[in-house]
Design a protein around this ligand. Sequence first.
Ligand code: SF4
Ligand code: SF4
Length: 82
Amino acid sequence: MLHIDSTACSGCGSCKKVCPHGVLSIEQRKARVKVEERCIECGACQLNCPEKALTVQKGTGCLFIIIKEDILKLNSGACACG
Ligand code: SF4
Ligand code: SF4
């Protein structure tokens, strides 16, 4: 699940650039969730947001990342399968 704090968002576009699945867009200088169902919850957008405006809550996203981060305790920061 994604949450964008539009007040904090500066519209820099970093989240859109790093998203491997084209989930996000920038509209009227604010990040927007375009196709949430494509999100694999990799966390790259959150890690690369300079304003800390974006949060990703893990649910049923990418199994590769869940295994890597939650089970193996490796902090990858991005999905390698996208
Ligand atoms: S968590 Fe990953 S897939 Fe989802 S919007 Fe962010 S960068 Fe894209
Ligand atoms: S990286 Fe953060 S500040 Fe930049 S557009 Fe995305 S949500 Fe907004």
